[in-house]
Design a binder for this molecule. Structure first.
Ligand code: AMP
Length: 420
């Protein structure tokens, strides 16, 4: 029996890597232009960090974490998201003494025990961005602009919609929550089972239910936007005005709530119509108060997470460039191999990809291999060439051949590979 990968976990194969690398490189370039610096975080943490940082009553903490005891009996969890770890590091290393906002990004795998389906995995990857220690609405607008800029740079901006909402804060949300619970209880009979359960545990999440049965109840539900306190209302108005000043398109979706307890005020998602039910490509929001909850100073915070698999799915239609070698070096025999070995090394040291055959097969089968590899040139060295101190450089497409002195071969291939 062969051993297969675990359900919901996938390999990123070589044909897909160039798309992943393009996404990572573009993200680094865009984030760094906005002043963000990379932080690399561990993949597992103490379980209580997530219980406290994400919220005990969330689906993630209650049902989706990969939690295990290590050999000393300490409870550890594979991270289901990055914000809690990032804030732990921010507090632990005193990064809050730096000029605010402290701008950080990170990328890597996350783990959630969810039901796998297209676009949803148990190990998946996120790009995470956090701006800490500043509650000005200008930070919200800047973070959103950067998110949109990344997708513009990837050529995907037209295929995505930015949805924006505000969740109020500790001053106005509890009052709203009470009114909502009262309304949902009155209509409990018309709600789906999950929403009846959520009414008591996590009522705001009911607003997010996609079932048509609940949608009709929700049409008449009290509106959070109408219940905001003055400060939250003004903050939201300023964020929208800043976005408009940058001509950034968005839609206000008053039913947008997210799976974490910690969000206040600005929340957002970037959605697509192209990935079926898994339509969220990125999501985030403001979480003032969370740093303090985790034992740090009373610093504000805002951030987002991008689901990298979903971005790669959107990019997949693009033809990605694969890594073809410039040339296949074909020695005929052991002596020719020994002569070409240092040439291959010198060309590779210039950053030009070449492949070297081992000298044991017939010229014809090596030329076929050069074709399969997509090499632009074959460089042949047999007995005749060795005797003359030359190599035959054959252009694969035209079949044209010319002789190049072996002593000049490395620099000639460097020139052909654009690295003179
Ligand atoms: P969240 O951390 O839940 O706010 O998710 C942020 C983004 O990560 C989502 O918008 C998705 O693009 C992506 N994501 C979340 N869960 C999964 C999953 N199980 N598989 C793949 N992508 C996911």
């Amino acid at each position: 029996m062969t051993i297969k990968a675990v359900r919901g976990v996938h390999d990123i194969l070589p044909d897909a890597s160039s798309t992943w690398q393009r996404l990572e490189a573009t993200a680094r370039r865009v984030f760094e232009a906005y002043g963000y610096r990379e932080i690399r975080l561990p993949i597992f943490e103490r379980t209580e960090l997530f219980a406290r940082g994400i919220g005990e009553v969330t689906d993630i903490v209650q049902k989706e974490m990969y939690t295990f005891d290590d050999r000393t009996g300490e409870s550890l969890t594979l991270r289901p998201e990055a914000t809690a770890s990032l804030l732990r590091a921010y507090i632990e290393h005193g990064l809050y003494v730096q000029p605010k906002p402290v701008r950080l990004y990170t990328m890597g795998p996350m783990f959630r025990y969810e039901r796998p389906q297209a676009g949803r995995y148990r190990q998946f990857h996120q790009l995470n961005v956090e701006a800490l220690g500043e509650d000005h609405a200008g930070v919200d607008a800047e973070v959103l602009a950067m998110l949109v800029e990344l997708f513009r740079a990837l050529g995907l901006a037209d295929r995505l919609e930015l949805q924006l909402n505000t969740l109020g804060d500790a001053a106005c949300r509890p009052r709203y929550r009470e009114r909502l619970v009262e309304y949902l209880r009155r209509h409990a009979a018309s709600l789906c089972e999950e929403c009846r359960d959520r009414t008591e545990r996590n009522p705001l999440r009911v607003l997010d239910c996609k079932k048509s049965q609940c949608a009709s109840v929700l049409e008449g539900a009290p509106s959070l936007l109408a219940s905001l306190c003055r400060e939250c209302d003004e903050h939201f108005a300023r964020v929208r005005a800043h976005l408009e000043a940058m001509t950034l398109a968005f839609v206000v979706n008053p039913r947008l709530v997210r799976g974490f307890d910690y969000y206040v005020r600005t929340t957002f998602e970037l959605t697509t119509r192209e990935l079926g039910a898994q339509n969220a490509v990125a999501g985030g929001g403001r979480y003032d108060g969370l740093v303090e909850l985790l034992g740090g100073p009373p610093d504000a915070g805002i951030g987002f997470a991008i689901g990298m698999e979903r971005v790669v799915l959107l990019l997949a239609a693009d033809a990605s460039t694969d890594a073809r070698p410039l040339a296949l070096l074909i020695p005929l025999g052991a002596e020719a191999f020994a002569r070409l070995l240092p040439v291959a090394q010198a060309v590779r040291a210039r950053g030009v990809a070449v492949d070297l055959a081992y000298g044991e097969r017939k010229l014809r089968s090596e030329l076929e291999r050069a074709n399969k590899l997509g090499a632009a040139y074959a460089v042949i060295v047999g007995e005749t060439e060795l005797a003359r101190g030359e190599a035959t450089v054959r252009e694969m497409k035209s079949g044209e051949q010319r002789a190049v002195p072996l002593s000049e071969l490395a620099s000639e291939l460097g020139v052909l590979g654009g690295r003179a």
